[in-house]
Ligand binder design. Structure first.
Ligand SMILES: *Cc1c(COP(=O)(O)O)cnc(C)c1O
Length: 407
């Protein structure tokens, strides 16, 4: 039996479509973000500027977070040495969970290896805790939520993206006695649009449903203390379960849920993805807690982040490029073809030292391939000017459409 050809065929099909993923080997340069060094396959190196990262505020190079990470590694060693149940619950994990429950105004929080795992583990265990549960899931929810819902094997209804009328139709048509959960996101990270929090919360009340909100692209960035969009809108107490990450705006690593004591305790007790895995390294947990604490008191950094995004949007719009309408900090530029998208990304990198990954199917629907820029307070005016110059010349050279692409 020739097993290898199955793998080769699978790879050949995505290569044929132009959506084979090539990872770039880089080293970010602390103190000079967004600068990084690109280590090429031929052994040479060059300096690049990262334009597609999710370290939205540059917290990955924050001196105090780094000092905390080093300090705790020195006193507690590298790994935790156990699962949470068996010797892997350290004072640093408890400190982090306290910081996070406070951030979301909840009684409790539970830290996982990542927000992907937190979504998957929580959503897949809820149907076991709530027999007969129906999950109402936005069609553009992140892969980790889709996977969790799928593995939970409960009834599900997919509502059209951000379409609360459709959501209501589906709620109305369901058994009024059945337990229900509405799962959605506050910032959809590929389009940059916000979820309809107010409307969903109202529907949840009307139909007696629980709410599950992924704030991964909002924590640290929105709300007076970085508690996310729910905090900004004064809706913290209206969401039953929050999901968030420490790997994006907080610049460290790890994921979590924040909810009532009973919910967290039940997930802690029943979710295999929480129980049967080594807990975060203590130094990572401590650094995460530090970063959350710092950002609770950094409205000026959030302000700079929003200004940086707004400014880049204006500059791109002034060039007449097909900027996708995004009310958030995400700046998506429509290309609409996987091969062209990859080609522009390659040229930006090789000729201009600008690193922005092409975003292709299945991350986004086919025909909506795009470049997704994530400006931050560490991107200078000069960085932006350089990007604008590069985009302008490539759009001209490749004879790409300008304003006439309506998205
Ligand atoms: C990145 C992402 C996750 C996963 O977060 P990690 O901590 O990186 O695993 C979850 N949800 C959304 C919407 C994301 O974009």
């Amino acid at each position: 039996m020739d097993y290898e050809h199955y793998f080769k065929d699978a790879l050949a099909s995505i290569k044929g479509e132009g959506r084979y993923r090539i990872f770039l080997d880089i080293r970010r340069e602390r103190g000079s973000f967004p600068k990084a060094t690109w280590h090429k396959d031929d052994g040479t190196q060059s300096e690049i500027s990262v334009w597609c990262g999710n370290d939205y505020l540059g917290m990955g190079q924050n001196e105090d977070v780094l000092a905390r990470m080093k300090e705790v590694a020195e006193v507690a060693g590298t790994g935790s040495g156990g699962t949470r149940n068996i010797s892997g619950t350290t004072i640093y994990h408890k400190e982090l969970e306290a910081e996070l429950s406070d951030l979301h105004g909840k009684d409790a929080a539970l830290v996982f290896s990542s927000a992907y795992i937190a979504n998957d583990a929580t959503l897949s265990v809820l149907p076991k805790l709530l027999p007969g549960l129906i999950i109402f899931s936005d069609e553009l929810n992140h892969a980790s939520m889709i996977e969790g819902v799928r593995r939970g094997k409960c009834e599900k209804r997919i509502w059209r993206h951000n379409d609360v009328e459709h959501l209501e139709e589906l709620l109305k048509a369901s058994d009024p006695e059945a337990p229900k959960l509405i799962a959605f996101e506050s910032v959809y990270s590929m389009d940059g649009d916000f979820g309809p929090l107010k409307e969903v919360v109202a529907l949840a009340k009307k139909y007696n449903a629980m709410t599950y909100l992924d704030e991964v692209h909002a924590v640290g960035l929105y709300g007076p203390r970085g508690g996310g969009v729910a905090e900004e809108l004064g809706l913290l107490d209206q969401i039953d379960i929050f999901n968030g990450t420490l790997g994006k705006a907080f610049g460290v690593f790890g994921g979590y849920i924040a909810a009532s004591r009973e919910i967290c305790d039940a997930v802690r007790s029943f979710a295999p993805g929480f129980i049967f895995t080594t807990s975060l390294p203590p130094a990572i947990a401590a650094a995460g807690a530090k970063s959350v604490r710092i950002l609770k008191n950094s409205p000026e950094l959030r302000q700079k982040h929003q200004e940086s995004a707004a400014y880049l949007k204006v500059r791109i719009r002034n060039l007449g490029l097909p900027l996708m309408e995004s009310p958030s900090h995400i700046v998506p530029l429509h290309v609409g073809d996987p091969k062209i998208c990859k080609r522009i990304s390659d040229m930006l990198l090789e000729e201009f030292g600008i690193y922005v990954q092409p975003i292709n199917y299945p991350t986004v629907p086919r025909g909506t391939e795009r470049l997704r820029f994530t400006p931050s307070p560490v991107h200078s005016e000069a960085d932006i000017a350089h990007l604008i110059h590069a985009l302008d010349s490539l759009w001209a050279r490749c004879e790409l459409n300008r304003a006439d692409i309506a998205v």
